[in-house]
Design a protein around this ligand. Sequence first.
Ligand code: SAH
Length: 218
Amino acid sequence: MSGRLTDTQLISARMRMVDEQIARRGIYDQAVLAAMRTVPRHEFVRPEDLAQAYGDHPLSIGHDQTISQPYVVASMTQELGANKNSRILEIGTGCGYQTAILAEVAGLVYTIECIPELFRAAMSRLVKLGYNNVTGTVGDGSRGWSEHAPFDGILVAAAAAEVPDALVDQLAEPGRLIIPVGRHLLDQQLVLVKKSEGQVSQTALYGVRFVPLRTSES
Ligand code: SAH
């Protein structure tokens, strides 16, 4: 039992979430679908939000931050194209849910969060759930994590005014960076940056609403 919901109810809510919100909307990567079926999203939300853990929307995680809508987590993960040999950098650990999804589909996950309380809570959830392929730190992720670069994929969970050069520099070739870009909440696009054989290309995928990526100056 978790609160007033049984484990069986939580699992069936999770399977329904994947069928109705993720697979039906066109996510086809089997590893991503399996990860979304496996990771217990309800372990990452605030206790008062348990009944909404598998809802089709973002939720507050405290500190004015949010856990993204399940579809957006799945779609960003699919765009990375990770496999068990991939090394992925995540910026904005938040509650750690996206981190767990990445840990399911990738080989190694590096994650950076600028709010120490969120970072500590996320890492302890990830350890409790048995993820041993995640390395994290507290800091400003807009500069990437050069000691561990290059990364096959970089996923940014907060919106930047423009694509940070440091992140493109830290991408392997081939490598993929997925990042919300836009100066205003109502004017953000999810952008896929691909780097291959010295060429860097950018594609805007769809409109999103993310909290802002903080920089050392903000
Ligand atoms: N994927 C997370 C989303 C959290 S919201 C989840 O599933 O919970 C975005 C997160 O990015 C917030 O926790 C915020 O504190 C963090 N963040 C914002 N700017 C950052 C920066 N420059 N470096 C690291 N983390 C940052």
